[in-house]
Write a protein that binds this ligand. Structure first.
Ligand code: G4P
Length: 545
């Protein structure tokens, strides 16, 4: 196999240039709006509204199945790439809303930074918390943006306190708001000691008009036209300067401190300040742990791993795309690489760059980028591809499912197709498959983090394998893997308010009706160690169905 020669300087420059992140948020916090405004600054779109319009179009179709049939099951998590200043930014879109699935978590495995977007009126919400936990596992740097300051919001100090108390993250406010709701006048940028006063624009479809004044400029009080507001702002600023910590980039990069921003994505206020600071503080593509140790992105040999598979994005082709995060070296179209799990060579032809729902072919890519590869069944989640020295990246763990259902095949003559379909969908990572510990119950249990995963599985079994299935929901909502496996479980003896099932690798998993039951079992059995995630078992295929 020919290995390409890439100049070390080129790699260094390209890695230095890249910043990659995913947005974690709860539905309605403003992710679509913020994404759009970021693209606006990146020049990727010229007028905000494009992304939104497409989303509205999608949502106008009330029936999900109908919608998905039209789109050919394109539960799109897209990768948006744009340039801003001298940087190339990759925004990995995490599916949310009704599209929430294990892919949302997996996307975070490919990210180097996360932006935690919160509605300032609400603060931390459940979906954000779940996603935060995954970021925490990877110690990702987290940047917090409090959105919707143009509406009545919670007190900024209280919002910071919540992050510290609930997430255990130190906060450093990079900018500080002046007022909120109708009295939102702008923000004070602590980096440059400047006030950015906000001019309300019609829905912020263009870059926002801003008046910038230095701290100490006598015009500020007059321009604010509201003494109380000014004094309140001054008091708060003094307080955070006095008692708040200094910005510590090492702590930010270790996921221990979060830089905080206030703004309003809709009116396009504070977005550029955020983007500028984010680019200065964010982590560049970082080294990744592999079987041969840490791999630096500037390592000459190309390596990457598959973090997501997507079937039939394009109804005309009904193909499958494997999303690969480039970890080191330079990717080039048509290059031949080693496939670590299969131990064979694969030619990477027809690579695609993904921008929203459009696709462009791609000639080259660098660490921090994501490429879409046609996947004629060779790739599974977590697969490593490499040139040079053999290595495998840490797999992507199984995340705690919250919905469980028996999948029944009412027609025994379809057993073969059913078996094949479920096996392949499991391989793709469309859903986790578990089994009852009771050998007599042979039907697979589908375990998912979002309802959509069930719908996808049933729909694809019907469409691609011609099997009609029935779902029988199970009354559990919490799953925990048992550290130490069956042996550890046997030691603790009988447990109440839980059932034991097996995952695809035969490992014991406890299912609970609710979080409270799980905590109770943990409390009563301190020797029992339970985990919310489980590592993929490297080099071992899952048990047969
Ligand atoms: P999501 O992707 O996180 O679900 O949120 P999305 O951007 O769709 O925003 C959810 C709603 O919040 C939208 O209103 C959006 O306009 C609004 N929004 C987003 N950012 C801001 C902000 O900074 N200030 C205010 N006041 N509202 C904001 P909608 O009524 O659902 O849609 P639309 O009719 O406004 O498009």
């Amino acid at each position: 196999m020919s290995t390409q020669v890439v100049s070390a300087d080129l790699l260094e420059t390209e890695v230095e240039k890249r910043r990659n992140f995913a947005i974690i948020s709860h539905p309605d916090a403003g992710k679509t709006t913020l994404t759009e405004k970021l693209l606006l600054y990146g020049g990727a779109i010229h007028e905000a509204g494009a992304v939104k319009a497409r989303r509205a179009q999608r949502h106008a179709t009330s029936d999900w199945m109908e919608m998905e049939q039209q789109r050919g099951i394109s539960i799109t998590s897209t990768v948006l790439q744009f340039d801003y200043r001298d940087r190339r930014i990759n925004l990995l879109d995490t599916p949310g809303h009704q599209d929430f699935s294990e892919d949302t978590y997996r996307t975070l495995a490919a990210a180097d930074n996360a932006v935690m977007l919160e509605d300032a009126a609400k603060g931390l919400e459940p979906q954000t918390l779940k996603l935060f936990e995954v970021c925490k596992m990877r110690s990702l740097p987290i940047f917090t943006f409090f959105n919707k300051m143009d509406r009545p919001a919670r007190e900024p100090l209280e919002l910071l306190d919540e992050i510290e108390q609930v997430l255990g993250l130190q906060t450093y406010a990079v900018n500080w708001p002046i007022g909120m709701g109708d009295r939102f006048r702008g923000v004070f940028d602590r980096r440059k000691h400047q006030f950015h006063l906000f001019e309300r624009t019609a829905h912020g479809s263009k870059e926002a008009g801003v008046t910038v004044l230095d701290l100490g400029d006598p015009r500020i009080e007059e321009l604010l036209g509201d003494q109380d507001l000014y004094y309140q702002f001054k008091e708060e600023l003094e307080m955070i300067e006095e008692i708040g910590p200094e910005l510590d980039l090492e702590a930010v990069h270790a996921g221990k401190m979060t830089p905080v921003f206030f703004g309003s994505a809709m009116t396009n206020f504070g977005v550029q300040l955020f983007l500028d600071a984010f680019l200065d503080y964010a982590l560049k593509p970082s080294p990744r742990t592999s079987t041969i140790g840490e791999v630096q992105p500037t390592t000459e040999d190309f390596t990457g791993f598959v973090f997501k598979l997507q079937a039939n994005m394009d109804p005309k082709h009904r193909d499958r795309i494997a999303f690969v995060r480039v970890c080191s070296g330079k990717f080039e179209k048509d290059m031949v690489v080693n496939h670590a799990r299969l131990g064979k060579n694969v030619r990477l032809s027809h690579p695609q760059k993904l921008f929203a729902q459009g696709r462009q072919s791609l000639e080259e890519a660098f660490p921090g980028d994501v490429i879409g590869l046609n996947n004629p069944g060779v790739f599974a989640i977590g697969d490593t591809i490499y040139q040079g020295k053999k290595l495998e990246y840490e797999g992507i763990p199984c995340f705690s499912p919250e919905l469980f259902a028996y999948l029944r095949n009412p027609n025994p003559s379809k057993f073969k197709q059913f078996h094949k379909g479920v096996t392949e969908l499991r391989e793709e990572g469309a859903v986790q498959i578990m089994f009852s510990a009771d050998e007599a119950k042979r039907d697979p249990i589908l375990a998912a983090v979002g309802q959509l995963q069930f719908e996808v599985v049933q729909f694809r079994l019907q469409n691609e394998y011609n099997v009609e299935t029935r779902l029988e929901m199970l009354p559990y909502s919490v799953a925990r893997w048992v550290d130490g496996g069956w042996e550890a479980l046997e030691k603790v003896g009988r447990l109440f308010n839980t059932v034991t099932v097996k995952d695809s690798w035969g490992r014991p998993v406890l299912l609970f009706r609710n979080e409270w039951n799980a905590q109770q079992v943990e409390g009563e059995n301190p020797e029992l160690k339970l985990s919310k995630t489980a590592p993929v078992v490297a080099g071992k295929e899952p048990e047969d169905l």
